[in-house]
Every structure is written in structure tokens, then in C-alpha cells.
Design a protein around this ligand. Structure first.
Ligand code: DC
Length: 224
């Protein structure tokens, strides 16, 4: 049986950086579940799917084949043999991902992919419904959060550093809050803190401090 560390939280709370470092430290594969929703959004947009039509989104998303491969400490994704790279991190995808992620057939598809990944070994999985719906029985569940200002600052810096976009902090904050609102109020598997998950507010913590807080809360035998 594989160990699964589950980390949920809103956009920009630091889930990816923390999950990557925790994974590297323990030799667990990092799984970015948001990237799967982003890939389906990217494919819908590229195919000209009407993003206001749930039926069109569901029909098209069900036809997209995502190949998952453990690689360099993470589970990597390919569509038609191609890695999506930064193409799934654009403001356009940020603005449309929640519309795709709220659909039940889409969630079922991604959840099945995620559950199947335990065959690759121990995992650290980050997302919005990992602690509540995908791996609710994991003994290592975390809810990572931070103030809206701190989250917007981090996301904006990331976009500029990676050359993805050059939006103002205000624009990034507005987009992030809009996405959080949709992710937390949707009907299926909304973002919420799971009962029993350890909440960590990273607003005033360094990355190392958050990593330490996660690792020290793991079952003792997982830390070896
Ligand atoms: O974490 P992210 O920003 O890359 O996520 C992209 C979108 O997917 C965002 O709207 C939230 C959604 N998501 C989700 O609904 N469930 C997950 N487990 C992960 C992401």
C-alpha cells in the first residue's frame, strides 16, 4: 500500500512549492492535480469548445487522453505525446479552469486518474478536493492557506519570473479570488477544509517553515 500525503488549499497558498520539496525530501512523487484540470481546459480552448456550455465541455473533455508517467520525482502528463509546459498557466486558462473543474464527469475522470497513481508508489498530491474526495482516508491531510494579498503577490511574481504574463497585483488578486469563489461554491467536491486536516496559514511563514510543519505532522514511520 502506498502512502499518500494530501494537501488542499486555495490558489497561491504555496501548495506546489511545498509539495515538491516534501516529495523530494521523502522520495515521494509529486502529483499536481490542478494541472489535470488545466490540461482539459487547455484542450477545450484549443478545440474551440463553447466554454459556456457544460454539455460541450463534458463531451469534449471525456475524449481527451492524458498519459501519466512517473518521471523526475513527479507524475508527468502528456497529451498526444506532448508535455503541456507553461501553456496551461496562462491568464486565459486561469479564467476558464473553474468552469471545467466544476463538471461532475470531468471530476470523475480526474479523480480516477489520481486514484490510479498509487500504483507508482508513495505520493504527495495537491489540489482542492484531495483531502475530502480523492484520498479522504489518508492519515496525512493538510489545508494550506494564506491571506489573499500574500497569495496574489506570489502568483504575480511567478507569472513575471516565468514570463507567462505581466499583470498587476490587483488583476492577479481579482482573478484568484474569482476562481476561489467558484471552486468553493461549486456543487461537486468544493474546496473546503476537511474535518481532521491540519490547517497551516503560510502568510507569515517561510517555505522551509511550512515544509517543516508538514513533515513533522506526518506519521513517524513515513518520516524515516
Ligand atoms: O491548483 P490550480 O490553480 O492549478 O488548479 C486549476 C483549477 O483546477 C482551479 O480552478 C481549481 C481546480 N482544481 C480542482 O477543482 N480540484 C483539484 N483537485 C485541483 C484543482
Amino acid at each position: 500500500m502506498s502512502n499518500v500525503i494530501a494537501i488542499d488549499g486555495p490558489s497561491g497558498a504555496g501548495k506546489s512549492s511545498v509539495s515538491r520539496i516534501v516529495g523530494r525530501r521523502l522520495g515521494y512523487l509529486h502529483v499536481d492535480s490542478g494541472a489535470l484540470y488545466r490540461i482539459l481546459t487547455w484542450q477545450c480552448l484549443a478545440a474551440g469548445v463553447d466554454m459556456e456550455s457544460p454539455e460541450a465541455i463534458c463531451a469534449f473533455a471525456s475524449s481527451v487522453d492524458i498519459e501519466c508517467r512517473p518521471e523526475d520525482g513527479r507524475v508527468a502528463y502528456y497529451v498526444g505525446g506532448e508535455a503541456p509546459g507553461e501553456r496551461i498557466r496562462t491568464p486565459q486558462i486561469n479564467a476558464n479552469a473553474s468552469k471545467v473543474a466544476r463538471e461532475k464527469p470531468v471530476r470523475d475522470k480526474v479523480t480516477a486518474l489520481l486514484k490510479g497513481m498509487v500504483k507508482y508508489g508513495n505520493l504527495v498530491v495537491e489540489g482542492r478536493d484531495i483531502t475530502t474526495a480523492v484520498f479522504p482516508d489518508s492519515p496525512a491531510r493538510f489545508y494550506l492557506t494564506a491571506s489573499a494579498e500574500a497569495r496574489a503577490r506570489r502568483r504575480q511574481k511567478e507569472e513575471v519570473d516565468k514570463g507567462i504574463a505581466n499583470q498587476s497585483a490587483e488583476a492577479v488578486k481579482a482573478s484568484l479570488l474569482a476562481r476561489d469563489a467558484m471552486d468553493s461554491t461549486r456543487k461537486y467536491a468544493p474546496l473546503r477544509k476537511a474535518d481532521g486536516a491540519l490547517e497551516i496559514d503560510s502568510s507569515d511563514l517561510t517555505l522551509d517553515e511550512v515544509v517543516e510543519a508538514v513533515v513533522s505532522a506526518l506519521p513517524k514511520e513515513w518520516r524515516a
